[in-house]
Write a protein that binds this ligand. Structure first.
Ligand code: UDP
Ligand code: MG
Length: 315
């Protein structure tokens, strides 16, 4: 049996916290009773610099029931950073950690299956939404477009997986070696590796309060995801540069041919050649500089080069 911690980031969630606490308590009690997890399993709330009574409520819940604990960030740092704070805190106390949103849009009944898969040897279990009927058309289209666009841009993400996932302590120990400031957790976990699996669930509506993820935050999030995981945009500039350069040479030959045949007004050849050559060389140079910046950028992230999963050399 293992100790489970559920990490829940909360930003202005006073309307949902009591209900969430009630439902999570029922769930944990049941799991403990059925001997699926150890008695010291807990829920860890992360107050992400809320401006309402969220932290006061968390303190009160903790006073009444030690199954619930919390940490409070000094200010609002965003969902991803709040999650990291929670995950890194929880891994010191738990064997398995599940992250989920405070609004319980992610069905908590998927937890049983996640634990099951973990017992069967999976270090990471991704919660994946199988339907989005309850999301508005707009949210569904933008969200699914987001995953498709990420794939095209060269970021390895699990389709329709948000941050509802189970991870083992050893995954989080390795995760702690990723020091990047621009965080995109959905991209990092597939990168860490280890045996993983997927659990499907239906996404519910928020039972109270409003979304803390407006379109603007979502676009920022997508942009962050692409620019911190992929050098594909830089490669695109380089490719355009190469194409432009090739075209410029063709244009050069064309302009000279026309000139030799004598069908031009004076000055045309010179201007056409200059424009194409300069544009081509500039684009190409930008692409080459970009390649180097891309390298600098991956070096500065100082990501671990490998993670050893099994080691027989000490036997
Ligand atoms: N959240 C957070 N910090 C923020 C924004 C959101 O910790 O700056 C939390 C929020 O409290 C919730 C989770 O992130 O638990 C997901 O937010 P939300 O449900 O509003 O997003 P949506 O489900 O609409 O995408
Ligand atoms: Mg939500």
């Amino acid at each position: 049996m293992k100790t489970l911690y559920i990490v829940v980031p909360c930003y202005n969630e006073e309307e949902v916290l009591h209900e969430t606490t009630k439902r999570l308590k029922e769930k944990l009690d049941k799991l403990i009773k059925n001997k699926k997890i150890k008695k010291d399993s807990k829920v860890l709330y992360v107050n992400d610099g809320s401006k309402d009574n969220t932290w006061a409520i968390i303190e009160e819940i903790n006073k009444n029931d030690k199954m619930f604990t919390g940490i409070s960030l000094s200010r609002n740092r965003g969902h991803q950073n709040a999650l990291v704070a929670g995950l890194l805190t929880a891994k010191e106390h738990a064997d398995i950690i599940i992250s989920m949103d405070a609004d319980l849009q992610d069905d908590i009944n998927a937890i049983d299956e996640m634990i099951e898969k973990n017992n069967n040897g999976c270090d990471i279990v991704y919660g994946v939404r199988n339907k989005r009927e309850k999301d508005s058309w707009f949210k569904r289209t933008t969200a699914e477009g987001f995953y498709k666009f990420m794939k095209i841009m060269g970021v390895d993400v699990v389709f329709n997986h948000a941050d509802y996932r189970l991870t083992s302590k050893r995954v989080l120990d390795n995760f702690a070696d990723y020091h990047e400031v621009n965080l995109f957790l959905r991209g990092i976990f597939p990168l860490i590796g280890f045996k993983s699996d997927i659990v499907y669930y239906e996404r519910n509506e928020r039972f109270a309060g409003v979304s803390k993820y407006p379109l603007k935050k979502m676009l920022n999030f997508a942009w962050d995801g692409i620019t911190s995981f992929s050098v594909k945009p830089i490669r695109m500039v380089l490719n355009i540069g190469i194409i432009m350069f090739v075209i410029s040479i063709i244009m050069l030959i064309y302009a000279l041919t026309v000139k030799i045949l004598g069908n031009t007004v004076s000055g045309w050849t010179f201007i056409i050649c200059s424009i194409w050559m300069i544009a081509g060389v500039q684009m190409l140079s930008l692409g080459i500089i970009g390649e180097y910046i891309g390298k600098i950028y991956s070096e500065t992230k100082a990501r671990p080069r490998f993670i050893i999963e099994k080691d027989l050399s000490n036997d």
